[in-house]
Design a protein. Sequence first.
Length: 202
Amino acid sequence: MNADSGPTYTGPVIDYMTFLSMQFETLRREIEISRDLRFKIMTGGTAAVPAAQFLSERFSIGAVSLVLPILVVVIAVLFITENNAIMRSGRYIRTVIEPEVPDTLGWEEWLESQEDFDARLVDRLLLMSFYALMTIYFSAAVLFALHFIGQATGLFLQIAAGIAYAVSAIGALAAARARPHSSTKLVTTHRPIRQRRSERKK
């Protein structure tokens, strides 16, 4: 034995189906956590933005108006991050784990196979509603912020702030368009793991 090869692993070996089962359970837990976080971000963001604007107007705290557009972008990006985490886990289950279980219709595959109704409709409506609301919030917040800057300083800083807000909005849009958001169907189905292994051995 070569002394430089390092210690040999002698622990228990996890069989193939146990490994898939552990991955499935872990991913389902991650989906559950991300769904909970997504809901909290959505409800909290929906209430936080108008509440912050109200406090700004009520107590004449103009600086709050300056950060409101950025707050909207941050809320949107956090929502997108958790939503993409759900979709990423669902895609892995659909394209890697479910094909390895023979003669079984998995949940993700079942969602895609329905022809008499759209199983993803509610998810898409939820996403479109949230994005529409955040667009309205962002537009209103930018108008309030630019109005405050125009009164407090001048046109130059008003234009500079407008450009900064536009760049942040473009970044959020790029994140939103980076991946499909409400379905695993748009992803090309991977070949089952066993098939890929056998192809590598040839």
